[in-house]
Design a protein around this ligand. Structure first.
Ligand code: GLA
Length: 374
């Protein structure tokens, strides 16, 4: 078998934000939007990456690049979307896996730059295709780790493990409860339609400058907090110990970061408990609390994301929050199906009267993770 077609989805995160680089808990689910890769092996050591998409493949401007796989090295990529799949080939080879050249054609319906993990979809679809074509026998969690390494080391973005694991491991009708310390997972049934509920994704179409730098600063601040408290990661501060931990921290900024991470891990546990008790609408206020914490303590929201949350809640949504890294990108809104049109209208009107670009709003159904199509 020397060729085939594979797909990997983008994701939203239901709850558990910025916890993944603190060894904490996350709860993403896969979107129906996917990146599809048509891949053929080639024996000349060349990786050819091609897309016809003009805008929506991680900011691609279309076109093709050809790279020699034995010359791939961190920091040496041409920049842009091709660094993600090229980084995966580098990470696989650097880990000792016998991967040769390939022709890869990508098409994607995952909105790029919207905080919906278009880059993870690119990485994971590449890893899955090469795993099959070169018969590497890698498990999904292992592929996710290698994709994260591609992003951290080859691309140079200090992100956590959530997005790649979501794209690789989610299943339809479920949210993925992931412990990012040991990558243990549980699939949590999350069938909103059966309950007359809807989860809207609102892409603000905004991406504020410096978001990558700010992400790195939050990560460094969390690591400083863990070091000051003498724990390996902020995950090791139990919720009950939060007041005592905060009283030991002098720096108010670090204190606020610590408060977000510890309360956010607790919110993930509360959401799991509510979902398992069948009290799905009751997760709404927990999502909204999470937004306030990201806005006020972690300081990764922005006016457009706050506007989505405020407009949705004032129109009767059950809960709303930013999702993903922040500084633009997307928010999620939990609402009754019957209230969804009013909520959508309220958000659109709020954006129009604030002279913002029209947001892109769509309902999200928990969908399947990466898969081989043919
Ligand atoms: C981005 C990163 C993830 C995670 C989120 C915030 O999506 O890629 O690893 O840190 O931000 O939860």
């Amino acid at each position: 078998m020397s060729q085939g077609v594979w797909a990997a989805p983008g994701r939203v995160n239901l709850i558990g934000e910025h916890t993944d680089y603190n060894d904490g808990f996350v709860m993403p689910f896969a979107l129906p939007h996917t990146t599809v890769a048509t891949v053929a092996r080639r024996n000349d050591g060349v990786l050819r990456l091609h897309t016809a998409d003009t805008a929506d493949t991680a900011g691609a401007a279309g076109g093709a690049v050809e790279l020699r796989i034995d010359e791939l090295a961190p920091g040496r990529g041409p920049g842009g979307w091709t660094d993600y799949p090229a980084g995966v080939v580098w990470a696989l080879r650097d880990a000792g896996h016998a991967v040769g050249g390939a022709d890869v054609h990508f098409e994607s319906t995952v909105p790029a730059g919207a905080g919906l993990s278009s880059s993870a979809a690119l990485e994971v679809v590449t890893a899955l295709a090469l795993n099959d074509l070169y018969e590497l026998g890698l498990e999904r969690w292992r592929m996710a780790r290698l994709c994260q390494r591609a992003e951290n080391v080859y691309v140079g973005a200090p992100t956590g493990i959530m997005d790649q694991t979501a794209s690789a491991c989610c299943t339809a009708g479920h949210a993925l409860y992931l412990d990012t310390r040991d990558l243990s997972q549980r699939q949590i049934p999350f069938d909103l339609a059966a309950l007359g509920l809807e989860l809207l994704v609102v892409d603000t179409r905004v991406k504020h400058a410096h978001s990558e730098g700010e992400y790195g600063k939050r990560r460094a601040g969390c690591e400083a907090g863990a070091a000051a408290l003498g724990v390996p990661a902020l995950r090791d501060i139990p919720y009950a110990d939060l007041p005592a931990a905060l009283s030991r921290l002098d720096d108010p900024e670090v204190r606020a970061l610590v408060r977000h991470i510890v309360t956010e891990n607790h919110r993930v546990e509360r959401v799991i408990a509510l979902l398992e008790a069948g009290e799905v609408p009751a997760i709404g206020p927990v999502l909204t609390e999470g937004h306030a914490s990201l806005r006020d303590d972690f300081r990764v929201s922005c006016p457009e994301l706050d506007l989505v949350v405020d407009a949705a809640l004032s129109a009767g949504a059950l809960g709303a929050r930013m999702t993903g890294g922040g500084f633009g990108g997307s928010a999620i809104v939990l609402t009754d199906v019957s209230t969804a049109p009013t909520v959508t209208k309220s958000i659109e009107e709020a954006f129009a009267s604030g002279s913002h670009a029209d947001p892109r709003i769509f309902p999200a159904t928990p969908s399947k993770g990466a898969t081989r199509l043919s």
